[in-house]
Design a protein around this ligand. Structure first.
Ligand SMILES: C[S@@+](CC[C@H](N)C(=O)[O-])C[C@H]1O[C@@H](n2cnc3c(N)ncnc32)[C@H](O)[C@@H]1O
Length: 354
């Protein structure tokens, strides 16, 4: 079966890398084809397992706008109009029972809406596609059309050489990222990372529920909150007492205190030895935003500290961090994503694997 993931277009590389990381966690063996900002995944999972995987990926994602279960696909040459004709013919030929079951639809209960997404130029508008496909589905299924609150949303993804028809499984938690911006939290500090980027970086680190996350420059807890939300055990330190108080307040306000293994005022240079003295020999991932000397002062040599953190990372574990320029560590550099912030700051998001 196939799944489709619509990626946000706001960054060239981050959304696709996040999708790849989450596919690794939740879908196991699969094949990925990328068409514009649409990732099409072929998996040997059955329908229910695939839908569950899509749910989890989009729920956790920061840059994945929608997840679809693909019902059918037509490939075409020529104009988009011709492609649409092929799709209509395919739908008309499909037995109604098969359409109900692939759409997971009970026509006596369900209502539906068709939404088209045009990823490339074509000689027909999205609204026309919606109207035509909606008409055919209505005739076949006898289900009610409801454009405001449909119980099923059918997606039509239009590309220059193919059209996918799929069922919308889940949309991104856009409100979560908006409603949880740092200034709305129990304790605010202007250097705090935005939740969307924090979640994206946590995802690039391939953290799973129950894994140990270490942020050695935790500030007021931007990464620890996102790690806590996905069920990680949390270790954080910061050299400033007020930041540690802020982190604890923030974690408490999200009811994440029980995820904490250690939150401590400490110089990051000492964290590896400290954790070992406590019997913690390794962590699953380090995700952090070290000080660059812009909003927060730098105490100690950050690069030396990052190098030392590699010692406590488990084999196969990821270290994901932002820095204003490329930093070379003795680990495998998998990716660097450049994020323009302003004239004098482009964040380089490093993804290292041990
Ligand atoms: C960019 S901020 C981190 C912000 C954090 N990600 C958040 O969401 O709030 C960097 C933090 O590093 C801390 N810091 C600076 N030098 C340090 C050191 N040597 N050891 C530990 N923390 C340090 C600063 O106090 C600051 O809170």
């Amino acid at each position: 079966m196939e799944a489709g993931f619509l990626l946000l277009k706001e960054h060239k590389t981050l959304p696709l890398s996040e999708l790849k990381a989450l596919l690794e966690i939740y879908l196991g063996g699969h094949k990925l084809e990328v068409l514009k900002n649409y990732g099409v995944v072929t998996s040997s999972l059955d329908r229910w397992a695939l839908v569950e995987g899509i749910e989890k990926i989009v729920k956790r994602g920061a840059y994945i706008e929608e997840g679809h279960l693909i019902i059918t696909k037509v490939e075409y040459q020529g104009s988009l109009k011709e492609g649409l004709e092929l799709l209509i013919q395919r739908l008309k030929e499909m037995p109604s029972e098969e359409l109900f079951s692939t759409l997971g639809m009970d026509p006596s209960r369900d209502s539906f809406a068709v939404r088209a997404v045009k990823l490339e130029e074509g000689d027909i508008s999205s609204t026309t596609v919606e109207r035509i496909v909606g008409g055919v589905l209505k005739e076949k299924t006898k289900a009610q059309v409801n454009l405001q609150e449909p119980s099923k949303v059918v997606k039509v993804i239009l590309l220059q050489d193919r059209i996918y028809l799929g069922l919308l499984v889940r949309k991104r938690e856009r409100k979560y990222f908006y409603n949880n911006r740092p200034h709305l939290r129990a304790y605010f500090h202007p250097g705090s990372i935005l939740p969307k980027l924090a979640r994206g970086m946590i995802n690039l680190a391939r953290l799973k529920e129950g894994d140990i996350l270490l942020d050695p420059f935790c500030g007021v807890g931007g990464f620890l909150i996102e790690g806590g939300m996905i069920g990680c055990k949390l270790i954080g330190c910061d050299i400033e007492e007020r930041m540690i108080r802020g982190t604890l307040l923030n974690l408490k306000s999200y009811k994440l205190e029980d995820r904490v293994l250690e939150i401590k005022r400490m110089d990051a240079r000492d964290i590896v030895d400290y954790l070992r003295s406590k019997g913690i020999e390794s962590v699953d991932a380090v995700v952090t935003d070290p000080p660059y000397g812009i909003l927060t002062s730098v105490k100690g040599d950050v690069i030396d500290i990052l190098k030392k953190l590699g010692d406590i990372l488990k084999d196969g574990g990821y270290m994901v961090f932002a820095y204003p320029r490329r930093v070379d560590l003795d680990l495998e550099l998998r990716e660097i994503h450049k994020l323009y912030v302003h004239g004098s700051l482009t964040r380089h998001i490093h993804v290292y694997k041990k």
